[in-house]
Design a protein around this ligand. Structure first.
Ligand SMILES: Cc1cc2nc3c(=O)[nH]c(=O)nc-3n(C[C@H](O)[C@H](O)[C@H](O)COP(=O)(O)OP(=O)(O)OC[C@H]3O[C@@H](n4cnc5c(N)ncnc54)[C@H](O)[C@@H]3O)c2cc1C
Length: 512
């Protein structure tokens, strides 16, 4: 049944978390109108600030930020950068005999052991492979960008329900109805959009309750620093009172009771095996390793992205990266659907590409949970992983997964670069590839100018940029078509392959 109302917006986004805000930026870059409805009136929260708000960003996120000119702002608020040893943590990392490059279930791997020649399609780029920022600063940057691009953000406007029709969605908020062509649920792990939209959510139940705590201890030296595994669980401790711990209670304590000082102290004593005494509880929150994913990311005109589509434990720090990757993948496709120039199947490729990546991350977090169980056999397995991670092959394997430098979508092509993030081809006198993607359009790189490709690109006019030149390293290629999200859609090793280009452009960008 059609909705008999003019659409107030092309897209209504539920949730102004990092994923909703980044999606709003992408949609505005592509010129569609967007309103972001955020339930919370106040964007700030102590849980989004350090120490609890620390979030690790991996290579695809950093490349995306470089390609949208957000990287400088994000780097300016970084709290530490293990890959470069720069900024605040420089002195700390500089004092380490070996430079940590990441970890798996708390087992570190080191830069010195990693063989980067395993990724031949990565060229030097300003993006790097990992960076840590605090969540509140990141949200502020994304909100400012979204607003500057013309997105409307309404705080204190929670989505209360919606009705979907054949051509749009009527969204209920604060007693009003907004009419959008599309609704995207970026409203977090307990997503109302997912539940009200009838999306199936399947996965595995929790094994533990995790705690993030800031407290005052009668004796701040009672607990050992860093990460400690015990016969009953695991805790990390940073003086004078920042504690994270996991208690293998099957998730029973999560949101089950008020987090009192007595409760936190009892759990800490049980997990650590130390009779610590807390004198004050400043901040405490719980989380679990529940790992669930939506079986589809789109139902009609309603879509899901970020934690609304998938939840898992924060072990390994992948959830935010996964969600931002959803937004990058979805934004240009949804904009094309709004404009009416999306090729057949383009919007469906969002779920087809992002669901397997989500499933992979859920399994990655489950594997880490398995290595944390407080059993003798698990501790024995940890010893094996510790030995393997210390080898060149082992360190490179874990770096590839944790940095996510080998992400590849299946675009039904033989060449191993198709479906991957485009290498940052550098031109001696001109913008880099990353800089050329900042307008959010598809990009044709022509390394054999003078042939027919320029005129093919011109046929797609405003939807495809064209750049000709000789990069410092062209990796044996003569032309590359890059999607707006930085993914290689097509390439050629034969100069002047205008037929291949036309077919690829039709498939990804639509009719000229
Ligand atoms: C302790 C911890 C550490 C973590 N560390 C990392 C890390 O290092 N790296 C990493 O990649 N990830 C990490 N994560 C995961 C990461 O924080 C999440 O995956 C990320 O915040 C998800 O972003 P989102 O925008 O999808 O959801 P959220 O950040 O949950 O934002 C959802 C927004 O929607 C709003 N909302 C909810 N309901 C409604 C409604 N009905 N209407 C309107 N608005 C609504 C909420 O108020 C909120 O603002 C960590 C998580 C935790 C808990």
């Amino acid at each position: 049944m059609p909705i008999h109302h003019p659409f107030t917006h092309d897209v209504v986004v539920a949730g102004a978390g990092p994923v909703g805000l980044f999606l709003a930026c992408e949609l505005r870059l592509a010129g569609v109108s967007v309103v972001v409805l955020e339930q919370a009136a106040d964007p700030s929260s102590p849980l989004k600030r350090l120490p609890f708000g620390m979030r690790g960003l991996s290579a695809p996120t950093l490349e995306a930020f470089d390609r949208r000119d957000l990287l400088n702002a994000v780097e300016a608020v970084q709290r530490f950068n293990p890959s470069t040893g720069a900024a605040k943590a420089a002195s700390h990392w500089a004092q380490q005999p070996r430079r940590p490059a990441g970890h798996f279930a708390g087992i570190s791997f080191f830069h010195e052991d990693i063989d980067t020649t395993r990724w031949p399609y990565r060229l030097p780029s300003p993006a790097g492979v990992n960076l840590a920022v605090d969540m509140q600063a990141l949200e502020t940057i994304l909100a400012e960008r979204a607003t500057a691009l013309g997105a409307e953000i309404r705080r204190g406007w929670g989505v209360e329900g919606f009705e979907q029709s054949d051509d749009g969605v009527a969204v209920q908020t604060r007693g009003e109805r907004l009419h959008g062509r599309w609704l995207v649920g970026c409203d977090g792990g307990r997503s109302l959009v997912r539940k009200a939209g009838g999306f199936a959510f399947v996965g595995t139940d929790p094994e533990f309750t995790g705690y993030s705590v800031e407290a005052e201890l009668a004796d701040p030296d009672a607990l050992g620093p860093g990460r400690t595994y015990t016969a009953t669980g695991m805790y990390t401790y940073a003086r004078p009172g920042v504690i994270a711990m996991v208690d293998f209670d099957g998730g029973a304590a999560h949101r089950a009771q008020p987090l009192t000082l007595d409760h936190v102290q009892a759990v800490l004593r049980r997990v650590s095996g130390v009779e610590v005494r807390l004198t004050a509880l400043k901040l405490a929150t719980t989380w679990t390793d529940r790992a669930f994913q939506a079986t589809e990311y789109r139902r009609g005109h309603v879509l899901l992205a970020g934690d609304a589509a998938h939840i898992h434990s924060p072990l390994g720090g992948q959830g935010l990266n996964l969600g931002l990757g959803d937004a990058l993948n979805l934004g240009w496709k949804l904009a094309a659907a709004v404009r009416g120039d999306a090729p057949v199947g383009l919007l469906d490729s969002y779920g087809a590409e992002r669901r397997p990546e989500g499933a992979r991350i859920l399994d990655w977090s489950r594997a880490q949970v398995a290595l944390m169980r407080p059993t003798p056999s698990t501790r024995a397995l940890v010893t094996v992983i510790r030995d393997l991670i210390a080898t060149g092959d082992g360190a490179s394997y874990f770096a590839e997964k944790v940095w996510n430098v080998a992400l590849r979508y299946d675009l039904d092509a033989d060449h191993p670069l198709v479906g991957r993030s485009v290498p940052d081809f550098a031109f001696p006198d001109g913008p880099s590839t990353g800089e050329r993607l900042r307008d959010g359009k598809a990009l044709l790189l022509d390394f054999a100018p003078g042939g027919p490709l320029r005129s093919v690109a011109q046929r797609w006019g405003g939807r495809m940029s064209y750049a000709a030149g000789q990069p410092r390293d062209r990796l044996g290629l003569s032309a590359v078509l890059v999607r707006p999200d930085g993914v290689v859609a097509w390439l050629s090793e034969i100069a002047g392959d205008d037929v291949g280009l036309s077919q690829a452009a039709l498939r990804w960008i639509g009719e000229p």
